[in-house]
Design a protein around this ligand. Structure first.
Ligand code: AMP
Length: 284
């Protein structure tokens, strides 16, 4: 947009403007089994109403947000990178050796606007990680732009992705579109790195957000730790890579993207089988 939000109070009498986040700290969720399970839910939503498709989150961007922040310029981005490295020092003892595995299970929503998978297993460790990250960034002058308490979630759909939907009369995510899957087990993600991501910059080739920095927590029995800013991410979701070239295109192709990764395909098949056997009947 043309008007720059510098986070300062406007000179006229209007209410102070809400500071909009443009970067976030996140855990990437890349386990193909989780992707396959989410795809089942997303397909179900598309089948229920095709118009909801643009609100689905592309599998290649799946993540768990730890904190949202506003960074005004390159200098502040640089500062945030340093703060993330500082967090790493406190987080190493907690996250080394894959000590945090998050279990994703069940669906819930924020005010019928955001549909997400609940992050259950590992919640306590996850909360202490978030506390360290939030406290360190705040202490270094980069506070969260969101006052809400941390509520661990993996977003699979949000209406705010497409304001057009609201104009077309879709004001809520219809529960009937996903009710069959509310008790579904989605799988586990082992946490080995944290990313500082840009909300607005063009996505990476693999479809994930542009990361300004990544800190990696290693298995102390293996190689030395890395705090490199690039090339430290996990696997690539190939189907998404082939399909996404930029934000708009990605939004357009996201939900129709087929998982062509072999493992994901296999996992998907097995999962579908298990789920069909376990599938609960829709609530009345
Ligand atoms: P993401 O961080 O990409 O998973 O997006 C989550 C969405 O849910 C964002 O639009 C947030 O503003 C919103 N959100 C996050 N936490 C809460 C919360 N505790 N209550 C309501 N909405 C939330």
């Amino acid at each position: 947009s043309g008007s720059k939000d510098d986070g300062l109070l406007p000179k006229d009498k209007k209410k102070p403007k809400k500071i909009m986040p443009n970067f976030f700290l996140a855990i990437r969720v890349s386990n193909p089994q989780i992707h396959s399970a989410i795809k089942i839910v997303q397909d179900s939503i598309t089948t229920y109403n095709e118009k909801l498709t643009p609100a689905l989150i592309p599998l290649a961007t799946l993540h768990l947000t730890l904190m949202v922040i506003h960074l005004e310029n390159d200098e502040q981005i640089q500062k945030a990178k340093e703060v993330l490295n500082q967090c790493k020092i406190s987080l190493d003892p907690i996250l080394q050796n894959s000590a945090l595995t998050i279990t994703f299970s069940g669906l819930d929503h924020f005010n019928h606007q955001v549909l997400y998978v609940k992050a259950l297993g590992g919640e306590e460790v996850l909360k202490s990680v978030v506390n360290i990250v939030r406290e360190t960034f705040t202490k270094e002058g980069i506070p969260s732009t969101d006052r809400r308490e941390f509520s661990p979630h993996l977003t699979v759909m949000k209406l705010s992705r497409k304001p057009m939907l609201r104009r077309k009369g879709i004001k809520k995510i219809p529960e009937e579109s996903y009710v069959s899957w509310v008790d579904m087990s989605f799988g586990e993600e082992s946490v080995n790195s944290l990313h500082l991501c840009s909300m607005n910059k063009k996505k990476e080739k693999d479809g994930f957000y542009k990361c300004e920095a990544t800190v990696t927590f290693i298995d102390t029995a293996n190689e030395p730790a890395s705090t490199e800013a690039e090339n430290t991410r996990g696997e690539v979701d190939e189907a998404q890579e082939l399909n996404s070239t930029g934000d708009e295109e990605q939004e357009a192709t996201s939900s129709s993207t087929a998982l062509c990764d072999e493992n994901a395909g296999e996992a998907s098949k097995m999962l579908r089988k298990t789920l069909l056997m376990r599938r609960i009947s829709p609530r009345s």
